[in-house]
Design a protein around this ligand. Structure first.
Ligand SMILES: C[S@@+](CC[C@H](N)C(=O)[O-])C[C@H]1O[C@@H](n2cnc3c(N)ncnc32)[C@H](O)[C@@H]1O
Length: 256
């Protein structure tokens, strides 16, 4: 199993490894896996001082407790908790995948929307050449056209409607005024764009948004009219799960 963009809190990958699944992954940013001077230096060298400070704060505030919880779960089910650092590759997926082989399952959550289009094309093409015929890719980007697609925290499911962030930005504000995205790079691929990109190399076996109808009570007639260029299926996208299988060869009846 190979995870693309395991993130600053790589619990999914840690869990896979500790469940005995032969897993590894890559992220642009070096993770802070434990309190070791070497890890701090690696983050500082690769990602600079600001990222180091953020990682340090997050580590002290949450990561220690969360890692302890995972350790307890693994050890409670008879496993031996370990974090093999060599399985956490650091680099750009578009480059690193050129040197990867022998993967049966690709996994990626909340990452593809952050990879520039031309590199994403390389990533998807490379995944297709690496995967064997029985392999699958489970990819879940947060799609730009959904209410949370602009990555504004006030429109994430957990915060929608909370008084502290009500009125911070208009619903689907990032589609109506494109500068209104959160503080992160977004490639702005729509759900239809992902379908086309994936279908160049894969068959889409399954597609499902995580939170059907997220934001529906905010889609007034006026907003629906303003965003009429987007289908409902786009506007109610959020984290959309795409399960991809290798394209099967055409049968004789399909060819002729
Ligand atoms: C929003 S986080 C999601 C992290 C994790 N998948 C999760 O579910 O918590 C996006 C991650 O993608 C990583 N990322 C973005 N572009 C990447 C690239 N080209 N190659 C590898 N990782 C990338 C970022 O460094 C970041 O850790």
């Amino acid at each position: 199993m190979f995870e693309i963009g395991y993130g600053a809190r790589p619990y999914r990958l840690i869990a896979m490894i500790n469940l005995g699944i032969d897993s590894f992954g890559v992220d642009l940013d070096a993770p802070l896996l434990s309190f070791r001077i070497g890890d701090f230096l690696q983050i500082y060298r690769k990602n600079g001082g600001e990222r180091l400070l953020k990682s340090l704060l997050r580590f002290l505030i949450g990561d220690i407790a969360e890692t302890r919880q995972i350790r307890r779960m693994i050890e409670g089910s008879g496993g031996q908790f370990h974090i093999p650092r060599e399985r956490f590759l650091v680099g750009d997926a578009a480059e690193v995948l050129a040197h990867v082989d022998g993967v049966d399952v690709f996994l990626s959550e909340d990452v593809f929307e952050h990879i520039p289009r031309k590199f994403l094309g390389l990533v998807v093409a490379r995944m297709a050449t690496i995967l064997p015929p029985h392999g699958i890719a489970i990819i879940r980007p947060n799609v730009i056209t959904g209410i949370s697609g602009g990555h504004r925290v006030e429109w994430f499911q957990a915060n929608i409607g909370k008084r502290w962030c009500a009125g911070w930005s208009e619903p689907w504000g990032h589609l109506r005024a494109p500068c209104l995205t959160g503080d992160t790079y977004l490639n702005k691929l729509t759900r239809a764009d992902y379908r086309s990109l994936f279908e160049e190399h894969f068959t889409i076996l399954h597609e499902q948004e995580k939170l059907p109808g997220l934001g529906s009570s905010y889609l007034t007639d006026a907003i629906a009219h303003e965003l009429a260029r987007f289908s409902r299926d786009e506007l109610f996208s959020n984290q959309v799960l795409f399960v991809l299988g290798r394209k099967r060869p055409l049968t004789a009846s399909e060819v002729f």
